[in-house]
Design a protein around this ligand. Sequence first.
Ligand SMILES: *Cc1c(COP(=O)(O)O)cnc(C)c1O
Length: 411
Amino acid sequence: MTRINATQSDATDPLRHFRERFDLPDGVIYLDGNSLGALPKTVKARVAHTISEEWGTQLIRSWNTAGWVHLPQKVGGRIGRLIGAQENSVVAADSTSINLFKVLSAALSLNPGRSKIVSERENFPTDLYIAEGVARQIGQGHRLVLADKPADIPAMLADDVAVLMLTHVNYRTGYRHDMAAITEAAHDKGILVIWDLAHSAGAMAVDLTGADADFAIGCGYKYLNGGPGAPAFLYVNPRHHGGFRQPLSGWFGHRAPFAFEASYAPSNSIDQYLCGTPSVLGMVAMDEALALWDEVDMDALRAKSVALCDFFIQEVDSFAGEFGLTLVTPRQADQRGSQVSYSCDNGYAIMQALIARGVIGDFRAPDIIRFGFTPLYLSFAEVSEAVAILRDILSTRAWDAPKYKVREAVT
Ligand SMILES: *Cc1c(COP(=O)(O)O)cnc(C)c1O
């Protein structure tokens, strides 16, 4: 690999003008946009407008006049473009966990007579917890079976598997699955596939249509910058739209919510996956945050993401061994997302010391320090500075102070 030079890379970066579209505090190098994306500047005014003009003045009329009622589909459409979804096959709603409950229940009902859900032990815990809950709820011998490592998955795709449920990019290691190949292998065995795009949407172009995925879910508050607790999203392949029901049969999924019928009749569009009244302030923030993505060239985004990660790895390589940092993210770009993680002793304290110096990443138990690279608002110069600060903290053992070892509720 040719060595990456920060000054040169910044000078030729086609995305560098996006930085000014975000509010970022001085003195902070933000390497945690994979956990909570930064604030796009226009979101503040848009949310303020919604509060004072729409809620404060137009009141209930705003459901129609300001289009509040259509926000789940509007926001879903904007996300759909980034993940290669067909028209009208994505909605924004609820949380990722709840959306997984809906699509996993739906997928299992589409594949009766098969009892296994296959996933990975390393998957994000909420995905596994929800799958356990769904299996228990159905109560027909369904069970979750976990692969210890990605290479074990193909051999687990047997005739009794109903659903393969994977996260495209692993939240701790950054490992990325080959979505098209795995989906095809599962389909060959009659298995439906759910992809969690929490660490993919907004980090790279995703092609759900090309991969022929059955269902997908993902977060709004990570690379999509929708704000803390932003609405999540949910994709259903159009071939599955009308064929079955998801169990959270709330009125927003009814074919005519305002007919106020006594009995549930599901919409046969993607709308069936809505449940109750959308969180309008969250939807508005999300809608505004997504507007700037219309201008983003996703190939340029991915190219910069790869270069930022390669650059970070290249620079940390020069001292990782000396200080016991082990790279757990694949070096090969086509096997990873947009983050770089190291396992190490004292990772929590090291990360706290970094944050105290303005370099914000995060820690994932038991021993991972994680750095997210968001191409829209990070420069190579910042990455270079973050590496220098990391090196300084390690060589001076600045992390070895009691104040850096006190665990907060959120790590
Ligand atoms: C962040 C993340 C979630 C979060 O789920 P919430 O319901 O929004 O709390 C779920 N799955 C994966 C893979 C994640 O990375």
